[in-house]
Design a protein around this ligand. Structure first.
Ligand code: HSE
Length: 353
């Protein structure tokens, strides 16, 4: 059995759900996978930070209703977030970055990843900012320090698309994809089809933990655009930045549009797509599209996501599954940790100083 010390950066829905999984599942992971997780530090802008080299009781963490600055009450705690100190100095093997996505420059998450990798700590993240905006730099930094930078949850939460496409479809000749890559907007379109107003549907998606901190990123297509950048760069060898991708969201789609489409045998979906053109350029876009009901993506409902890879050898290969949600996204972090475990790059890579 290998025990990994982990530091949680951000204690919102996703890392809280990971702590819940640790509290519930360590015994099973030990038996099935030969690994256990030990939370040695947590930091959060609202709750403060805590470092405990022997480990923090995961059950206590999820069951306690902490007030603002509440981690300051714990042994080894502070009412301040102290992210840099925690990331650099907590005795963690793996830093779990789950703070908010900043679509402009990826900060402060890019710095969080950089500090960890520089100190020889693996990074797993669900944060699209560092992956879409700084992945070349962070991958190189990880390689130089002999650690891994993993980010399965940046696209389609726990549904394995990045690793599946990169590993399981290796050699199949992926030359493009189209997908429903935002759970909130798909959920909202579905609820509007059921007669609910746009604003109420967005509120419902927020209460279910699907939406971004700023839900306009979901409904205006910006979240999908980051995911298209990630998939295009990761799988098609692109060097795209968000500004390279034309982007339109669903805020202009009305209940009347949805009703008309239904009467005519169509359904509106927000589609993110990219493909390699004949001249080698990558053409990518995000836009609402009216799909005929027999289109494979037309039947994907609720917060479910789907991506259809275009491949030379297999034709279209479509993966569908959850694209949002706290536990679903926490599972992506676990899958990244399992990838680190299975790569044998191991625990207890000690800090230099
Ligand atoms: N807010 C995103 C969605 C989930 O609704 O799909 C995280 O990417």
């Amino acid at each position: 059995m290998t025990q990994y010390n982990i530091a949680l950066i951000g204690f919102g829905g996703v890392n809280r759900a990971l702590a819940q999984l640790v509290a519930d599942s360590n015994e099973r992971w030990d038996a099935e996978l030969g690994l256990r997780l030990n939370i040695v530090a947590v930091t959060d802008l609202y709750f403060g930070s805590v470092i405990s080299p022997n480990g923090i009781d995961a059950r206590m963490l999820v069951d306690t209703n902490f007030a603002k600055g509440g981690f300051g009450q714990l042994s080894g705690g502070s009412a301040e977030a102290c992210n840099e100190r925690v990331i650099r100095h907590a005795p963690a093997d793996i830093v779990v970055e789950a703070t908010f996505t900043n679509p402009v420059d990826g900060e402060p998450a890019v710095s969080h990843c950089r500090w960890a990798l520089e100190r020889g700590k693996h990074v797993v993240t669900t944060n699209k900012g560092p992956v879409a905006l700084a992945s070349d730099e962070l991958k190189a930094l990880a390689a130089r320090n002999g650690v891994m930078f993993e980010y399965e949850g940046a696209v389609m939460s726990g549904t394995p698309v990045i690793r599946m496409a990169r590993k399981t479809l290796a050699g199949a000749g992926i030359y493009g994809f189209e997908g429903i890559l935002n759970g909130t907007s798909n959920f909202v379109l579905g609820r509007m089809e059921g007669g609910l107003g746009f604003a109420d549907a967005v509120k419902e998606a927020q209460s279910l933990g699907y939406a971004e901190a700023d839900p306009s990123a979901d409904v205006e297509g910006h979240d999908v655009r980051l995911k298209v950048v990630i998939l295009a760069n990761e799988l098609l060898g692109g060097k795209l930045a968000p500004k390279d991708i034309a982007c339109e969201g669903i805020s202009g789609v009305t209940v009347a549009d949805i009703e008309t489409a239904a009467q005519e045998g169509y359904r509106w979906k927000l589609i993110g797509s990219a493909s390699v053109a004949e001249d080698g350029r990558i053409e990518a876009r995000v836009a609402p599209r009216r799909l005929p009901l027999d289109h494979p993506l037309a039947g994907v409902g609720g917060a479910t996501n789907a991506v259809s890879f275009k491949t030379g050898l297999l034709g279209a290969v479509t993966v569908t599954g959850p694209g949002a949600g706290r536990i679903e996204t926490a599972y992506a972090l676990l899958s990244d940790i399992i990838a680190i475990h299975q790569a044998g790059s191991g625990a207890s890579k000690k800090e230099a100083a």
